[in-house]
Write a protein that binds this ligand. Sequence first.
Ligand code: G4P
Length: 283
Amino acid sequence: MNVQWYPGHMTKAKRMMQEDIKLIDLIIELVDARVPLSSRNPDIDELGKNKARLILLNKSDLADERQNAAWESYFLEKGFFVVKVNSKSGAGVKAVHGAIQEACKEKIERDRRRGIKNRPVRCMVVGIPNVGKSTFINTFAGKACAKTGNKPGVTKGKQWIRLKKGVELLDTPGILWPKFEDQNVGIRLALIGSIKDEILNIDELSLVLIEYLVHHYAGILTQRYEIVEEGKPVEMLEAIAKNRNCLLKGGDLDYSKAAALLIEDFRSGKLGKITLEIPEETE
Ligand code: G4P
């Protein structure tokens, strides 16, 4: 499977990010709670090395609770501030205010000691495409936000959303590029639906998913499709096709239809809350 992110896009995204990072105190990085590592790009650690860092485990509603907690500890140990959120429903989003204050405590203290009052803490949201950046900004900033911009003291052309407690958020998120050189990353991002389906081999993807589910979430396929979780993944895909009556015109089983159905059930959460990456299995 070969997924491409054009180098031109990447260079431009990186350049813009470098410029924007100069203007801010805190980087709010969204990752997908189902694939917290594959949905990151470690380049952001280098780009934002002198900034306060907050990681949001977004789409936590679709991921496994136990693994959400494990990932939270994982990132806390690495020195990040972390909040689990569901940007779509707003669950957990209120806690982000407190986390921003915590993460920027030093800067706020320093300003206070120097007698600087009312200098806002400035943040920007970053993340790979489809991770939920726009959804988060809308939910977090809400309707009560006032936009500022093109005023003295405000960088020209940049729009800041003023939030409560002296916090300002850059209104356009920074787009990080995925680490496509790692094939497993490509596969996981494809499974969560952040890569266009037209360029993917759905059959192959479904087999990877079946293998993972049988290993980590035993019983889940039996429960939904009444199949026996035994044998090769392709045999289980066949059983799913039979259970769901996926047939081609001549009456043969339609494996691709079954594969698409399985992947859609996973993406929409119908299979349950599932995380595709586990901290102990990384590194
Ligand atoms: P981006 O700016 O990072 O590219 O992502 P965007 O906000 O456009 O979100 C991508 C998709 O993810 C959207 O779905 C959005 O609703 C969904 N999403 C964002 N945050 C969450 C979350 O915490 N939980 C869940 N379950 N979904 C989330 P979409 O299919 O493009 O649109 P729609 O179905 O919501 O209309």
